[in-house]
Design a protein around this ligand. Sequence first.
Ligand code: UD1
Ligand code: CA
Length: 553
Amino acid sequence: MLAAGLGTRMKSTRAKVLHELGGLPLIRHALAALEPLDPDRVVVVVGHQADAVRQAAEGAGLRGLTTALQAEQRGTGHAVRCAAPALEGFDGDVLVLYGDAPLVRTATLRLLLETHRVENADVSLLTMRFRDPKGYGRIVRGPDGRVRRIVEERDASDAEREITEVNPGFYCVRATVLLPLLRELRADNAQGEYYLTDIVELAAKRGLEVVTVETDRPEELAGINDRRELARMEVQLRAERVERLMLAGVTFIDPATAYIGPDVQIGPDTVVGPNVTMRGRTRVGAGCRIDGTAWLDAAVLHDGVHLRFGSVVEEAEVGRDAVIGPFARLRPGTELAERVHIGNFVETKKARVGAGTKANHLTYLGDCEIGPDTNVGAGTITCNYDGFAKYRTTIGARVQIGSDTQLVAPVSVGDDAYVGAGTTVTRDVPAGALAVSRAELRFLEGWVARRRARAAAEKAGGAVPSANGVRPSATAHAAAKASPASAAKTPVRAKPKPVSRARTKATARPAAVPKAHAAAKAKPAARAKQPATKGRGASKQAARKVPPAKRSR
Ligand code: UD1
Ligand code: CA
């Protein structure tokens, strides 16, 4: 297999055979077609980016594959000559293929090989007819219809250019005649190269048996020379794959915009909407619905999953009958059990979520484990990263996480616990407990009117009246501050006070949240050192102190 050329017409710094088609380097396609023939030896001739091409070829995992280096690209004939040492002692039939013809099927290669043997030929080659044969070597036949030679387009006469039978570049040659013929090649042509195609003329002149096999599937044997051809082939390959899936029971709303990779499996009665990409080892079960505009990479969707519009699933597993999206992002390591609901603007990463659990709005679940039948409220965030390391959050079964909750990991919430909306959970919540951390809500009656009066006075350039003796900005800040430390820094009544007094003055009623709890939120290191008994006591206290009116809301 010849794969040493750069592929000038690709206008690329990457060797042509490394360009990808259907997510695989070109060379891998040709090798895959070859594999079922179980050849004794496979020699890949490498040159441009030899190491990368060698690696890509070896990735195919073919038995007996070796590479030969063609350090300087002096033509296809020269390339085969470089492979000669690797053919030492071999006297069977040699298939010569080009690495840039990715759509070839095993059946076609087998047909070439079998015809070669049945006809007892010395040199056999496939041919095909193209209405527009541009770029291909033309098959020149004599008056008796026998092949005389192959002429490259650049070397062809006007009459020869009219020939529509062309050389796709697949040969089968008896090893014992191949090497002597190669030695006779001359580089006396337009490109100054040693053309492999010239062995046909040499063989014909010597009276050797040259046999051609014309195929009626030219599109299968087309080589890729530039990016237009690559794109066209990508479209064709994709269409074929989608057709196979449709025949196997999958519905595609718009087959033309289904981007399905070669290793993807989809079960019957699944409906795939427009603009869906599935890559890698993605497995989609039976009876799934994928609404549209989705990106799945190495995703596993069990039966009956509904992936709503605009969702991304990467290296993640989704359980039976789960509903995902619209606009959800399931990142690597996500494992959702059956009937899980993940709603809009929810991101998960390394999240194991139990059956029937829901997280329907605006949430980040990272490095966490959540039990079954739990409800995660809107705006919940697992704070898993402190800038140095990642920490885990564990949430039990039947838990209610209120909206706008932050779970500062490492932390856990026991089974059946409730977490009040707006809570910052910094210590483990015991099973069955209610956890709340909230700044007290208070009202400054008539504050707006006073603020407006003040603004009007400022504008008029007059004296500035005080808003009830409390500066508006300071008031707003004080109400928003949770920790006593920051409250102390807030200039309440224009004058700093000792910590305890500032808290009392700045709030209308005593804080519901005990000081020990609030102080513990400061940093993870301090929190981690808290003894378990103390933590449990404090959260009990917090739950008790919530006014009944709040709970009923
Ligand atoms: C070749 C054929 C042409 C045929 C066409 C089919 C010759 C002289 N011409 O032309 O008759 O119609 O393929 O696609 O063979 N390669 C090397 N070393 C080299 C040169 C090429 O390994 O020194 C490899 C390339 O990497 C590529 C393959 O050989 O995989 C074909 O080379 P390319 O330059 O594409 O040949 P074409 O001009 O297309
Ligand atoms: Ca070519």
